[in-house]
Design a protein around this ligand. Structure first.
Ligand SMILES: Cc1ncc(COP(=O)(O)O)c(C=O)c1O
Length: 419
């Protein structure tokens, strides 16, 4: 049932949502697909798939490069998508939205450019113990290059930051040497929703530049970059129902103006001579080369698709699935949940005594159930919890309680076989 009087569908109807995802009709090993790997990549609604192919079928041309009709149409479609993304994250200007190939590229851009702008020997970059490798390694590279040090905020047993404002531990993270704070909004492995607004506010008091890895937050919640107060915010299209190979780095205009370009080439220049090059205005200064035009158009469509729904209702549905999964998985003998924070998105990681996660993942796959196994690109976090990897289920609005039950039943069966 949907609300026909309003543009936003305020009544959550899982079957109506499922009908929009063609892949859910696919059989895996002869069984209906149960897709519980949405944190790795989300599935795509028909509208998004169509938008990408319509670009190729009807207006395929390079952008910003020609006076011909198709080029103008492609440019208009790309820039309309930029405006859609701007509105979605409440950026002040469309030119604060830089298109990249994904979160990884966005953070590499940030680390490389901020490194050049800010870092010198003795400086510090502050991250947390739950970061994805994409929010560790680029900062390590920058620190190595400029002689800075990477500092890590530890993680509690429940999978939360080991700092709080009440006992000043939050304030004490910042020293006169701290130049950048780079933190995930939501942990891809634990599902923890971090209180980033508080830490950003503290960082700002110390003149520290703030970079947020929003890859796992943006599919599940309202993200308002002005309200968060962050300087940079990175995310990927493919985790929010858009195509792969497209992502965003939001940046506060004043900071982006100061940051040097990351990659050089066509599109990002104003004037080139062999003696010197001057750069294009924002956002093009950071968009060298031909962009993933179909991906950008697909991202715009995915945002519009999301905006047709009440994202809080979607999140509430995912939370119901999380609570059910947490309760039912606890009935599996020897199972330990990794990540029990109070505030979580629909992501649940677990290990089972005597059962290797790869074996479990393979047996679940035989039942048509897709989960992720391994370290989830968070090896330091695995070390923190003393495990080599976990099995992770991650939910989308199209998942159902029956699917969670199917996973739990298959896990119980697998445990009997593997022990
Ligand atoms: C928290 C987080 N950060 C960064 C990334 C990297 O995203 P991408 O591979 O789309 O660049 C991921 C992907 O899993 C992630 O979950």
């Amino acid at each position: 049932m949907t609300n026909s009087t309003s543009a936003v569908k305020t009544v959550f109807d899982v079957e109506e949502i499922r009908a929009q995802f063609p892949i859910l009709k696919v059989l895996v090993h002869g069984k209906p697909l149960v897709y519980l790997d949405n944190a790795a990549t989300s599935q795509k609604p028909r509208r998004v798939i169509k938008a990408g192919s319509a670009y190729y079928a009807t207006i395929n041309a390079n952008v910003h490069r020609g006076v011909h009709t198709l080029s103008t149409l492609a440019t208009d479609a790309q820039e309309a998508a930029r405006e859609t993304v701007r509105g979605h994250i409440n950026a002040r200007h469309a030119h604060e939205v830089i298109f990249t190939s994904g979160t990884t590229a966005s953070i590499n851009l940030a680390a490389s450019s901020l490194g050049q702008l800010l870092l010198k020997p003795g400086d510090e970059v502050l991250i947390t113990g739950m970061e994805h490798h994409a929010n560790i390694v680029p900062w390590q590279l920058a620190c190595e290059r400029y002689g800075a040090t990477l500092k890590v905020i530890p993680i509690t047993e429940s999978g939360e930051w080991e700092i709080s404002r009440s006992d000043d531990r939050m304030i004490r993270q910042f020293t006169e040497h701290t130049k950048v704070l780079a933190i995930s909004h939501v942990s891809n492995t634990l599902g923890t929703i971090n209180p980033i607004k508080e830490l950003i506010a503290e960082a700002k008091k110390h003149g520290v530049i703030t970079v947020v890895d929003g890859a796992q937050a943006i599919p599940h919640m309202h993200v308002d970059v002005q309200d968060l107060g962050c300087d940079l915010y990175a995310f990927s299209g493919h985790k929010m129902y858009a195509p792969t190979g497209i992502g965003v780095l939001y940046g506060r205009e004043e900071l982006l103006e100061q940051m040097p370009p990351w990659q050089g080439g066509g599109e990002m220049i104003d004037q080139v001579t062999f003696a010197k090059t001057t750069y294009a205005k924002l956002p093009f200064k950071f968009e060298a080369g031909t962009p993933h035009i179909a991906g950008i158009i697909g991202l715009g469509e995915a945002v519009r698709w999301l905006q047709d729904y009440d994202i809080d209702a979607m999140a509430a549905h995912e939370h119901t699935l999380l609570e059910h999964a947490t309760k039912e998985l606890r009935t599996v003998e020897g199972l330990r949940i990794i990540g029990t924070a109070k505030e979580k998105v629909g992501v649940i990681s677990f290990v089972i005594e005597g059962v290797h996660h790869y074996d479990l993942g393979t047996l679940l796959d035989q039942q048509g159930i897709a989960v992720r196994t391994g370290h989830h690109c968070t090896q330091p976090l695995m070390e923190r919890f003393g495990v080599s990897g976990t099995t992770r289920a991650s939910f989308a609005p199209f998942n159902t309680i029956d699917e969670v039950d199917a996973m739990v039943a298959a896990a119980k069966k697998a445990v009997k076989m593997l022990r």
